[in-house]
Design a protein around this ligand. Sequence first.
Ligand SMILES: Nc1ncnc2c1ncn2[C@@H]1O[C@H](COP(=O)(O)OP(=O)(O)OP(=O)(O)O)[C@@H](O)[C@H]1O
Length: 276
Amino acid sequence: MSSAHSLPNTSAKKQSFDTDAILHTENLSVYYGDFLALDNVSMDFPRKQITALIGPSGCGKSTLIRCFNRLNDLIDTCRVKGKVIYRDKNLYGSKVDPVEVRRHIGMVFQKPNPFPKSIYENIAYGARINGIEDDMDELVERSLQQVGLWDEVKDKLDSNGLSLSGGQKQRLCIARAVALKPDIILMDEPASSLDPISTSTIESLIQDLKENYSIIIVTHNMQQATRVADYTAFFNAEESEKGNRYGYLVEYDKTEVIFNNPQEKMTKKYVSGRFG
Ligand SMILES: Nc1ncnc2c1ncn2[C@@H]1O[C@H](COP(=O)(O)OP(=O)(O)OP(=O)(O)O)[C@@H](O)[C@H]1O
């Protein structure tokens, strides 16, 4: 199926930032069966920066980040066209091992999903099966330190990860991701199921993690994007002549530009809450 949509403005076209990119997409389109979910996205993600993806429900934000660690492979009907370039390689090239990709590009989901194992094993198990041979006690402590959870759990490392509070579970999942020493951490609405205090803890954690990782975060919360993200990409969904409602990139820039001086009327409407 070909798209009836052409990019509405130059700012949505491929844009390079000063910081060198850790990941970029080239004409990336994603289909579920015949349904075009995301149309022709070309963008760079800067290294060791936080990039937020915002936009109305169904515009393809989750679909896009799931391309970055080949998670869409698990959906039978999903088909990806175009390229996702990481370390000079197309992640959709024929010789690429999706398991290896997920080692370098980790993911944290909306609902915290620790393994039903001890806090210790939540870190150590994933590391072991991914071939990490570090001293496990050290790795567990370091990873939990990185997410600010060590002091809270150091005396109960044998307790089940599922016994933690929602915010602690999410930090445990982030610790599990950082234990694999990824380059990039993808976060799909990581705080949307949490209370305001846990949300604020996760937001400061995301900012701390920027020192070591490149972060791409999907959020519905525009204040959250303004608080944490260096760059923001605004996506919208539009109906094609054939009645296919597909997502596309409208505008991508520094967060302060997207929220204070967007170039596109549509972005302005969305960020000021006058959308639809
Ligand atoms: N597994 C799937 N099979 C078929 N269609 C899907 C699947 N996952 C998503 N879609 C469709 O693809 C489009 C984009 O969905 P996606 O979840 O990526 O959007 P989103 O912007 O992340 O939405 P939300 O903000 O509500 O999470 C939607 O029309 C959705 O119905």
